[in-house]
Design a protein around this ligand. Structure first.
Ligand code: SF4
Length: 201
C-alpha cells in the first residue's frame, strides 16, 4: 500500500482554525474514553506501572488522519534533540520490522515514543493506546455484542474477576464521524494505515 503522508496543514489545505475545531472534537472523544477507561481500571484495581509486557511493544496500526495530525502536534512540541532521538528510534523500528517480516519471524519492539517506560507524547497518544489492555465489547446494529478479552497480563491477574462493561462502540463511531468530516473537507479518500514509527519518519 502506498503511504499517505503529509508534513503540514498547508499540504493538506487545512486552515489552522478548522484544524483547531477538529482537534477540539478529537479531545472530547479522547476525554470520554479516558473517563470510561479510568472507571474500568478503578473497578479492577489495575495498575500498569512497571508492566514487563508493555502494550507499547505491540505493533498497532492507526487508521485516522485526525489522530495522525494530533500525534505530530505532540511530537513537534518536543525539544529538537528529543525529536532527533525519537526519529532515529523510529528508523530503527521500521528497519527491524521490515527485517523480521522478511525472515517471517514476528517481533515485539518498543514504540519509538516510549522512552524509559513513559510515553513522551502521553496527552497526544492515539485511541488504541488509550483503551488497550482491558476487556471490552463492540455492538453492531442487529448483532450480539462481540466481546474481546484484556491483554495477556490482564488475563493472568484478573481472570477470575467479573467483566466491567466497557463498550467501545460509541468511541469508534464518534471517531469515524469526525474522520469523515475531516476527509470531506480536505478531499482525501485514500485509506490511512500506519504504525507510530511510520508516522514519525
Ligand atoms: S504512542 Fe505512546 S502510548 Fe502509544 S505505543 Fe507509543 S509510547 Fe506507547
Amino acid at each position: 500500500m502506498e503511504d499517505l503522508m503529509f508534513h503540514s496543514l498547508k499540504e493538506l489545505e487545512l486552515q489552522q482554525s478548522d484544524y483547531s475545531t477538529y482537534i477540539t472534537s478529537l479531545k472530547e472523544i479522547y476525554a470520554d474514553m479516558d473517563r470510561k477507561y479510568i472507571e474500568a481500571v478503578a473497578y479492577y484495581i489495575m495498575d500498569c506501572t512497571g508492566c514487563l509486557d508493555s502494550c507499547c511493544l505491540t505493533r498497532f496500526y492507526h487508521h485516522t488522519i485526525i489522530e495522525y495530525l494530533y500525534l505530530l502536534e505532540g511530537f513537534n512540541s518536543l525539544a529538537i534533540d528529543k525529536r532527533t532521538e525519537i526519529r532515529q528510534r523510529a528508523v530503527e523500528v521500521c528497519e527491524k520490522t521490515v527485517d523480521s517480516e522478511g525472515k517471517g519471524t514476528p517481533i515485539r519492539i518498543m514504540c519509538p515514543l516510549n522512552i524509559d517506560g513513559l510515553c513522551t507524547i502521553y496527552e497526544y497518544r492515539p485511541m488504541i493506546c488509550r483503551m488497550h489492555g482491558i476487556p471490552h465489547e463492540l455492538r453492531k446494529p442487529g448483532c450480539s455484542p462481540v466481546k474481546s478479552p484484556g491483554c495477556n497480563t490482564f488475563l493472568k491477574i484478573f481472570e477470575e474477576k467479573d467483566y466491567y462493561p466497557f463498550d467501545r462502540t460509541s468511541f469508534y463511531l464518534n471517531m469515524a464521524q469526525l474522520e469523515k468530516r475531516l476527509r470531506q473537507s480536505i478531499g482525501i479518500v485514500e485509506k490511512f494505515k500506519m504504525t507510530v514509527a511510520e508516522m514519525l519518519l
